[in-house]
Write a protein that binds this ligand. Sequence first.
Ligand code: CDP
Ligand code: MG
Length: 702
Amino acid sequence: MSTRKLTNGHSNSNNNNNNDQFKRFKSNNNSSNDFPKNNLPNSGQNANGRSLSIDEQRHQLPVYKVRKQLLNKIASSKTLIVIGETGSGKTTQIPQMIHESIKVNVGIIAVTQPRRVAAITIAKRVALEQKCCIGDTVGYTVRFEDVTSPKTKIKYMTDGSLLREALSDKFLRKYRVIILDEAHERTINTDVLFGIVKEAQRLRMEKGLLPLKIIIMSATMDVDHFSKYFNNCEPIYLAGRTYPVKVLHTAETQSDYLNACLVTLFQIHKTIPVNHDVLIFLTGQDEIENLASQIRCIVKVSNELGGPMIRVFPLYAQLNQNKQLEVFQPSTNNYRKVILSTNIAETSLTIKGIKYVIDSGMVKRKMYDSVTGMDTLKVTRISQDQAWQRTGRAGRESEGFCYRTYTMNEYRMMPAVSVPEILRSNITATVLQLLALGINCRKFDFLDKPSDKDIENAQKQLYELGAITKPNGDELTEVGWNMSKFPLDPRFSKMLLSSIEFGCLDEMLSIVSILSGETIFYQSDDPDKRVEALKAHAKFESIHGDHLTVLNVYNEFKHAERHRTFCHENYLHYRNLEYARDVRRQLSVICERLQLKMSSCGNDYDQVRKCLLTGLYNNVAEMQQDHNFVSVTGRLKTKIHPSSVLNNKANLKFVLFTELVQTSMNFMRIVSSIEPEWIEEVVPNCGLSNRLSIFNQKVNEN
Ligand code: CDP
Ligand code: MG
C-alpha cells in the first residue's frame, strides 16, 4: 500500500471557511425569519453521560426550540420553505408537530423522500417516537410496499409513490399537508411533484375544497429559485448548530480514489481514539462491498497484532433493510464504526457519532446522452455543494475532520451545484406519466424545463414503444394507457404487455419482478464461500443469458419446499426473492385488471428473449472482432459485466442488456443473447435494422 501526504488545502480551512460555506445558504437572512440559535446537539446523552429517553432526545433537537414560531408560520402560510442543517429534526419532527398541533381528523400529512430507504427508516423512527406500531398513526408507502392503515395520519412516502397517487386524484384530496422533503436533491419525481402539488393547491382553492398546505424542506437550496416558483413564498431558516470541521485536501491528484480512501482511513485509524467513528463517501454497492472486504482483511491482521478494532458498515440503497438499520445502532467503546456509504448519508439519513469524514469526491449518477440516446450510470465528480454537505456530517456533535481525497484545485473545478436529474436523464417515463395525467409536457410548469430535444427524444421513444399515436403527439394509445398503469419503467411495462403476443406473461412477470428489486445472488466476503456461491449459482445458469438465469432461480424458489433453506443452500437472498414474489403478485393484479390473459411459453425460451426485445430494443450490442461489443444505438464501445453468465462466453453475436454501468469502461449488466433476424421480426418500426447495416461507422469510445 502506498502512503500519501495529506495537506491542509485551505489556508484558512477550519471554522471560518467552512462556516462561510454553510452560511452561503443563509445569505438572504432576514432577522424576522431567523430563529434563535440552538446550542445543544442531539447526542442521545445528557451532560452526565446518562442515556436520554426518546422524548428527551426529541426535545433537544434544534427544531424544537422554534416549535411555536414554526407552527405559527405553517398556520399562516399556504406554502412554506424550511431550510435547516441535516440532523436538525426537520424530517422526523415537523410532521409530528403539525400532527400534534392540528389534531384534526381530516387529511393526512404526507412527507416525500427521494429514497425508499429513507422513507422506511424514518417512518420506523417516528412510529417509535409516537409510541405506535408502524402502519398505525405513522406509516409509509414505497413502490410495491404500503404499510399504512385507515388510522395513518403521518405518511412517509417516496416521491414516486405520491406521483402515482396523483394519477388517480389530481386534487390529492387525501392530504391536508404535503411536505416535499430533500428538495435540493432535485430527483425527477420531486421536480414533477413540485408542479403537480402546486396545481393541486390551485385547483382545490378554485373549487372551494379543503386547502392544501405545501412545505418544501431541505438542508440547502437555491432559495430564490424555489421561492419565485412557489409564488414568492417565504423561506424559514432553522439555525441549527454545527461544530467547526477541519478540511484537508490531498497535495496531489489521486489516480485511484478507492485506494486513497483506504490509505487515509488507516492513517487516521492509527492515531485517533477508538470511539471516533468514520464515514466514507463512495459511489455504489460494488465499490462499497469491495472496499469493505479489503478493510476487513486488513483489520483481521491488525487485530491479531493487537491493534484497535474496526467494524465496517456498508450503507447503500440496495442493501437489505436489516443491514441498513444496523448502521444506526450506537457503537460501543470497543470498536470503531467505519461506515461506507453512497450519497445517501449526505443529507437524508443522519448517523450519530461521526467525527471523521473521508470524501472520495465521487458520485454515481444516471446520465442521459441525447446524442447516443443512452442512459448510463456514470461515476462523476460531485458538486461543491455536495462536498460541503459531506463535510458537515463530521461536525454534528463536536468538532470534526474531513479528509478530501482530491486536491484544492480539483475542488475549485467542481460545479457549484449539481444539475437537476430532469436535465440529465431520459424523461420517457415522466412524459408518459404526465400524458396519463392529461398534461402536455411542453406546457407543464417545471421548476427547470427539460430541453425541447429531450422532450422530443422521449416522445420518439414512446412512439416506438407504441404508447402514443404520433411521433411528437400527446395522445396516448390503448397500449400507452395500459403502460401507465404499471409502476414500472415504460420499457418494462411494454414487455409485460407484449408478452401476450409471445405467450409468455407468466415468465415475463417473474423476470420483471426480479429486475424491480435488489440482486437475488448472495456474494460472500469469505473467499472460500465465494467459490461455493459461484458453484451454487452455476446450477441455475441459462446458456441464453441472465434474464433466463434469474427466471430459473425464481421457478425453483417457487417450488422449493422450504424457501429459506433453499436460499441458504444456494447462496440466494431470501428477502429479495420474497420481495420479487410480492412484486409479482401486485403486477399480476394489475394484469388481471387490464384483462391480460395468463400464458406460459414452457421451454420455448426464444419467445421470452423476443419479448425482452420489445422493451429493450435500444439496448442491443454486437460483438466485434476484438471480442468487445458496440451498442447498435449510439455506437458505444462496451463489455459484458463480469457478473453476467455470458461473460467470456464464445459464439455470442448480438446481445441485449438491461442497463449500462460506466466505471473504467461501459459495462452491460443483465444480458441475454439474441438473434439479429429477430429485430426485423419483433421491432420493425424502431429503425434498428437500418442501424445494423451501417456498422462501419466510427465507434464512440466514450
Ligand atoms: O431532517 P433532518 O436532517 O433535519 O433531521 P432528522 O432526520 O429529523 O433527524 C433528527 C434526529 O433524529 C437526528 O439526530 C437523527 O440522528 C435522529 N434519528 C434517529 O435517531 N433515527 C432515525 N432512524 C432517524 C433519525
Ligand atoms: Mg431530513
